[in-house]
Every structure is written in structure tokens, then in C-alpha cells.
Write a protein that binds this ligand. Sequence first.
Ligand code: ATP
Ligand code: MG
Length: 213
Amino acid sequence: MRRSTNESSLIVSASSRSQISEVYRLLRTKIQFFFKDQELKTVMVTSSQPGEGKSTTISNLAIAYAQEGKNVLLIDADLRKPSLHRMFSSLNNPGLSTVLAGNSEVLDSIQETGYERLSLLPSGPVLTNPSELIDSQTMRELLEQLKPQYDVILIDTPSVLEVSDTVLVSALCDGVIMVAAAGKVKKDHLKKAREQLDHVNARMLGIVMNRVM
Ligand SMILES: Nc1ncnc2c1ncn2[C@@H]1O[C@H](COP(=O)(O)OP(=O)(O)OP(=O)(O)O)[C@@H](O)[C@H]1O
Ligand SMILES: [Mg+2]
């Protein structure tokens, strides 16, 4: 079911009955329960500041969805600090950056992860002008092209206050999950991040408190 990975951040496995795996399954279930009447096909994760646990959360949520039988595409839209290819021991070229730059086809850039039903579009190599690559129209067209092929598309992004691409991507998604690291997140940063997301009418699904305990 799962192959070995370089990182220990992937903790939801088929056999796992651990409390922490259960937390991600619960998150998946809660999203489906509270938003059952609304289409939630594209969901992104972000945070106010770096290092709060976005990539860990979205990867484990993606595995939880795939284990439930959904066809899942995970996209690494953090074009500056890509990490999902490492978590899934994949290559990072081609990827989203090469697709956006017109140097690869999207369908040729999507990889299997070793988890059934879970595919990965890694970020691709870090190019010199990442903000110029992610423009609304190209991203919108890309998501529209991919949507019919998956049950759910989960997108990892940089933190809101760090990089402006995140707000742009949030406006294209059906929902946004905020991750906040307990004991680290600053109330005013969280407020500022939410204001920026509200400004583009992003739909906030909820805040995941990470690193509690
Ligand atoms: N709940 C947790 N408990 C312990 N360690 C965690 C937890 N969540 C994340 N980490 C660790 O914290 C580090 C940062 O996590 P992660 O890469 O998911 O954050 P990020 O928000 O994506 O960071 P960046 O802003 O750099 O992209 C990683 O080493 C990860 O393994
Ligand atoms: Mg990350």
C-alpha cells in the first residue's frame, strides 16, 4: 500500500490505528459533514507564517481521502520551498513550475505516489520568477482541466503573509484550510492572513490547530 518515504511526516497508513492517523480521518470527515451541500473539489491549505505544518497536514489529509476511495490529486503550489516530492520520494521535475512556464504538459508531470488513488503534481524546479508564473488565468485553466479527472484536488501553498501567490490561489479554490501552530501562531498574524483571504472572498473551511501538546 505505501512505499518507504524519506520523511516521517506521512503518518496515515492503512494499518495505522494511531490517534494521530485518526485525527486526519476526522478532519476529512468533518469537512465532508459540515460542507456536504457545497462543492468542495479544490481545497488548499495555508497558514499565516512559515513552518506551521501546512505540507504535513495536506499530505496526510490527501492520504486519508485516498484511503476512503477518492481519486485524489495533490498539488505542490509552493514554488519557492517545495517539499511534497520529498515526502513522497518523487522526482521534482517536471512539475507545476514547468507546466506554468510552458515547458511540460500537465498530464506528463503528474506522478504516482505509491499510495493507491493518490497522485502528485510536484512543484517542479525552483525558477527565478515564481510569482510571475502563477497568474490567475493560467492556474484557473489548469484546475479546470484537472477537475473532471479527480474527486478532490488538494493544494499546498506558501504561508499567506510570506508570498502573495497564496491569496491568488485561494480565490480559485472551493475552500481553504488554515493551519496554525499552537504556541507559535500570533493572533495578529492570523487576523491579517484571514483579512487577506476574506478580501478575495476565499471560503474558509476552518482552522487546524497543529502541534498541540
Ligand atoms: N503536529 C506535528 N508534530 C510534530 N512535528 C510536526 C507537526 N506538524 C509538522 N511538524 C514538523 O514541522 C516541520 C514543518 O512542517 P511542514 O513542512 O508541514 O510545515 P509547512 O507549514 O509546510 O512549512 P513551510 O512554510 O516551510 O512550507 C516539519 O519538520 C514537520 O515534520
Ligand atoms: Mg510546506
